[in-house]
Design a protein around this ligand. Structure first.
Ligand code: PLP
Length: 386
């Protein structure tokens, strides 16, 4: 039903809108991905590192205290927070670095905003002993000095990008410039289910492990499929990975939760940004609008093409949660279950609490706990003292 075609089109969304020299590089990448993704050795190697290095499979934890307190549907937490490095991003970083090795790349580059994808990439590069350069807006390097140090500890070279406003968009442009110049040796490891083909398809493939596991786990625990699967949305990678194995199960509701302050799907219009077409927040000049979520990982004006398509077809529902509601959920899960969630994941938790109340006791919700909140404790501490 939702299989994308060769050009990475999802309905009218996705595709590839890039200069010719970059298109040649992307065509090579798409071909390599198609060649290797189903190769038994490649699959086995991916599984090996997910198991031995990332620590999969991670649990599907029944949130018994929360379920009791809220009333209504049973709430299960898919524990991406228990992965090595503390979030789902490492699944994709391992998958892409194995592909980079197969393609003979001797150097990996990546962009990063707040630093989370940069840290996941630097981790994978340390593990596989591949030189790593991370482009990060100058402004972001100043705000996230600790993450810069983390990446450097892991052996990465962090390049502060002074161009433009010194933010994520400028880091992406710098990384693409590097790729065009050095494509023969260099692999660009993109961090979410966005960008030109084949990135959205490739990132979904590596993140689908989340729903592959959760589907098996929920059938073991409940003997049936969930009523709903809920996940937060930045670029859309943890959500598409959480949805993937349920897309053809028409009775399973798929719900993506955006921050009210960066609601690309709910409030955006179709446009081309960063080389692909998606629902996007634009300012009056038709440029991607600046966004201001309390969760750095959700602060992106665009959204993956498949989510844009699901919004149009109605296969998935998309809702918004404010920063304030997310903070409440951050405290609630910490207090009631002893699990401190990432501020990104707290958006999904907040909506789950609302939904559980509306559903019946024999309903089941799986919410993807995309990451742990240790990285956010300092920020919340400061916000609450302002
Ligand atoms: C980066 C990040 C997100 C958002 O990215 P997606 O591509 O939408 O998944 C969500 N949660 C955490 C913990 C993150 O680090």
């Amino acid at each position: 039903m939702t299989e994308n075609n060769q050009n990475g089109l999802f309905g009218e969304f996705g595709g590839s809108y890039v200069p010719e020299n970059l298109q040649t590089v992307l065509d090579g990448l798409a071909e390599a991905f198609e060649t290797h993704k189903d190769d038994p050795d490649f699959k086995e190697e991916f599984r090996y590192y997910l198991r031995e290095y990332v620590g999969r499979e991670n649990p599907l934890t029944f949130a018994q205290n929360l379920t009791k307190k809220i009333g209504g549907a049973k709430i299960y937490l898919k524990r991406e927070d228990l992965n090595h490095t503390g979030a789902h991003k490492i699944n994709n970083a391992i998958g892409q670095i194995l592909l980079a090795k197969r393609m003979g790349a001797t150097r990996v580059i990546a962009e990063t905003g707040a630093g989370q994808h940069g840290v996941a990439t630097a981790t994978a590069c340390a593990m596989f002993d591949i030189p790593c350069t991370i482009y990060m807006g100058k402004h972001d390097t100043e705000r996230q000095a600790l993450n810069v140090f983390r990446m450097e500890l892991l052996g990465a070279k962090v390049v502060p990008v002074e161009a433009g406003q010194g933010r994520l968009k400028d880091a992406v442009d710098a990384a693409l410039g590097d790729l065009i110049e050095n494509y023969q040796t260099t692999f660009y490891l993109l961090g979410s289910a966005v960008g030109p083909h084949p990135f959205p398809t490739m990132v979904k493939h590596f993140q689908s492990i989340i729903s592959e596991e959760s589907k098996k786990q929920i059938i073991e625990k409940e003997g049936k499929l969930p009523t709903a699967v809920v996940a937060c949305i930045g670029g859309g990678s943890n959500a598409i990975g959480s949805f993937a194995h349920y897309i053809d199960e028409e009775n399973v509701r798929l719900i993506g939760v955006e921050p009210k302050e960066a609601a690309s799907i709910t409030e955006g219009v179709p446009a081309v940004i960063h080389g692909f077409k998606c629902l996007t927040l634009l300012n009056e000049d038709g440029e991607p609008a600046p966004t201001h979520s309390i969760a750095a990982g959700l602060d992106y004006p665009g959204i993956g093409p498949e989510h844009s398509h699901f919004k149009t077809t109605g296969r998935a529902e998309y809702v918004t949660i404010t920063g304030e509601e997310a903070l409440k959920a951050f405290r609630e899960l910490s207090r009631v279950e002893g699990i401190i969630p990432a501020l990104e994941s707290s958006h999904a938790i907040a909506y789950t609490l609302r939904l559980a109340k509306e559903l019946a006791e024999d309903d089941v919700i799986i919410v993807n706990l995309s990451g742990r909140g240790d990285k956010d404790v300092d920020q919340v501490y400061k916000m609450e003292r302002e």
